[in-house]
Design a protein around this ligand. Structure first.
Ligand SMILES: [Zn+2]
Length: 249
């Protein structure tokens, strides 16, 4: 399980500091036929979302140029885009750093995600089929397998696959893409603080949604989904004071 609680990035002097792995842990083989800036942006973004680059980690242009064997211009463009996405904070005199996980962003991210997912669920419920149920249960079985294999990364992917099915079943893949974009901060939070002990409960929460849909009870399915999504605040409340300082308000 990815957990970098020793990253030590409590705020100090306007930016945060991290002692986790740096840019040298991010791998990228640049395809010279595509946009270099796009590829650098995608590699860094994924590393930030998966907290392989922890909040507060320095994003040094020089290091990135060396690490990926690319020139400065596309690296600057990539950092600029990450900054616009709120994933990197740029301090002109100090350099650039992976942005802290901000509580306000978690709340907004969660609000958008919950609103859209509940709307998708409401559309899916009246046209629920045995096949949809089987497909969702297959994904839950996959989640059980990756938990047993202690594969944290696999679990996060399998969790997204479960929620994505609501978009697929309602024929609104584009809405799922909007949810994905909105839940970046939530994903960082979960990846940073998710405890392996919680994962079996996630399975139960997913099953409760499918069970209610199987019973034709859309209200119960919505309650089960909201309970599941709202767990982020329970996790937050349970964070020891020592860990909360790693969050920015
Ligand atoms: Zn889930």
């Amino acid at each position: 399980m990815t957990k970098n609680t020793n990253a030590g990035f409590a705020g100090r002097g306007g930016h945060q500091e991290a002692s986790g792995p740096g840019i040298e842990s991010v791998e990228l083989v640049v395809n010279r036929y595509g946009s270099v800036a796009d590829q650098v942006h995608a590699a860094l973004r994924q590393a930030i979302v998966e907290v392989r680059l922890a909040p507060g980690a320095p994003i040094s242009e020089n290091s990135i140029c060396r690490q990926f064997s690319v020139s400065r211009t596309p690296v600057r463009a990539a950092i600029q885009r990450l900054s616009e996405e709120g994933l990197v904070d740029v301090y002109p005199q100090l350099g650039s750093f992976v942005a802290p996980i901000r509580l306000g962003e978690i709340q907004d991210s969660h609000f958008i995600r919950r609103s859209l997912e509940v709307a998708l669920l409401r559309e899916v419920a009246p046209k629920w089929t045995k096949e949809m149920s089987r497909t969702m249960r297959d994904v839950i079985a996959e989640q059980e397998r990756v938990i047993a294999a202690n594969d944290a990364n696999g679990f996060f992917h399998a969790d997204e696959a479960f929620h994505r099915l609501l978009g697929t079943f309602s024929g609104r893949e584009g809405v799922w893409q909007a949810i994905l974009a909105a839940k970046v901060t939530l994903s960082r939070f979960h990846r940073y603080w998710a405890k392996p002990e919680r994962l079996p409960a996630v399975i139960e929460e997913h099953l409760a949604v499918v069970d209610a849909l199987d019973q034709g009870d859309a209200d119960a399915a919505e309650r089960a989904l909201v309970t599941h999504l709202d767990m982020v605040f329970v996790i937050y409340e349970q964070l020891p004071e020592e860990e909360r300082k790693h969050l920015s308000i």
